[in-house]
Design a protein around this ligand. Structure first.
Ligand code: SF4
Length: 122
């Protein structure tokens, strides 16, 4: 039997949860709501995260645009994803929701803009 102590990131309360695992069952205690149970089970079986960062903009009124993964990606792919984001650049204008990188780091998940950046004045 294996035990793991986690802090739920489902909301700002940050409940301390305990996950107890054996071959057939995963039991979660300490959570205040169902989201905590779902988070803890996923965290010990298939941990994923939304990644947020910035990408360089060429010819824009701002030098960078904020971006995020469109969906969760596996935790183990965050480093590769960040490397791809750091080496990317996009031409202005950029609109919220624009796909900046498709299939980032082979995850099947796109990187999308979360800010508008207009063309800079020449
Ligand atoms: S268990 Fe529920 S109440 Fe507690 S941090 Fe997670 S989401 Fe928030």
């Amino acid at each position: 039997m294996e035990k793991r102590e986690l802090i739920c990131i489902g909301c700002p309360l940050g409940c301390p949860v305990t996950v107890t695992m054996d071959k057939e069952t995963i039991t979660v205690t300490g959570n205040t709501c169902k989201r905590g149970e779902d988070y803890a089970k996923k965290e010990v079986t298939n941990p994923t995260r939304i990644v947020t960062s910035s990408v360089r903009v060429n010819g824009g009124e701002l030098a960078m645009v904020s971006v995020k993964t469109k969906e969760d990606i596996p935790k183990g792919k965050i480093f590769d994803c960040m490397a791809e984001i750091r080496s990317a650049a996009v031409e202005a204008p950029v609109c919220i929701g624009d796909v900046i990188i498709e299939n980032c780091a082979g995850t099947g998940v796109s990187i999308v803009a979360t800010k508008n950046v207009n063309r800079g004045k020449a």
